[in-house]
Design a protein around this ligand. Structure first.
Ligand code: MD6
Ligand code: FE
Length: 215
């Protein structure tokens, strides 16, 4: 752990999970109000929905997207799509405050020049979870993923390159940012069922923004 008091951006704790994966504790805190306002704007145009997995299950996490591409799932599989299947229109543009935060966090983790073209927005209500998976629908694994946690805390499961590898449990709190790339890019990960609680800004939910370079 390294207390980064002298960086010229936000002072925050950096925790390395493994080579290529870093938690930036509190990195998003200064922008929280604009981030939440931007989430509202996005979901006004592309409302929360529970996607269906290729196996036919309804996901407990509700999702939306912004940017050039959105991550979607249906009976035919997972994919990035330039259109919101609910409206047939393009996804809302990526808010500048999103893009800036993603770039700064990536740079801080050693990935300079990150240009996300997709932001998946996840909403967890109490009991919602995300089972162990790899992020592998993107074309270029050279770009990292940047993940921002807002609202109620959650336990992030962080495994290895095989599904059966042991997992670390990482508590992610409001304002924490995880950057994930290089040798860690294809590690399995998931989120345990959200525990009941009330966050002062978000109430009984957790919102996660994950930025990717999809194409
Ligand atoms: C979440 N995050 O935290 C879900 N993927 O709600 C992810 O699936 C994820 O946080 C890749 C890298 C970081 C992540
Ligand atoms: Fe993921």
């Amino acid at each position: 752990m390294n207390h980064d008091l002298f960086a010229d951006e936000v002072p925050c704790w950096e925790e390395t999970l493994c080579p290529g994966a870093l938690v930036l504790r509190g990195q998003a805190l200064p922008q929280v109000e604009s981030l939440l306002a931007a989430v509202e704007t996005v979901v006004a145009a592309a409302p929360w929905r529970h996607l269906i997995t290729p196996g036919g299950y309804r996901m407990s996490v509700a999702m939306s997207n912004c940017g050039l591409y959105g991550w979607v799932s249906d009976e035919t599989g997972y994919r990035y799509d330039a259109q919101d299947p609910l409206s047939g229109r393009r996804w809302p543009a990526m808010p500048e405050v999103f893009r800036q935060l993603a770039r700064e966090a990536a740079e801080r983790a050693g990935f300079k020049g990150f240009e996300p073209d997709a932001c998946l927005i996840n909403r967890y209500e109490v009991g919602a979870r995300l089972s162990l998976h790899q992020d592998k629908d993107e074309r270029d694994y050279g770009a990292p993923i940047v993940s921002v946690s807002l609202g109620l805390p959650a336990v992030f499961l962080f495994g290895g390159l095989r599904r059966s590898d042991p997992q670390q449990r990482v508590a992610l709190a409001h304002g924490d940012v995880v950057v994930w790339g290089g040798p860690a890019r294809l590690r399995y990960h998931g989120v345990l069922a959200l525990k009941a609680g009330t966050h002062p800004l978000l109430g009984a939910q957790r919102i996660n923004l994950t930025f990717r370079k999809a194409r």
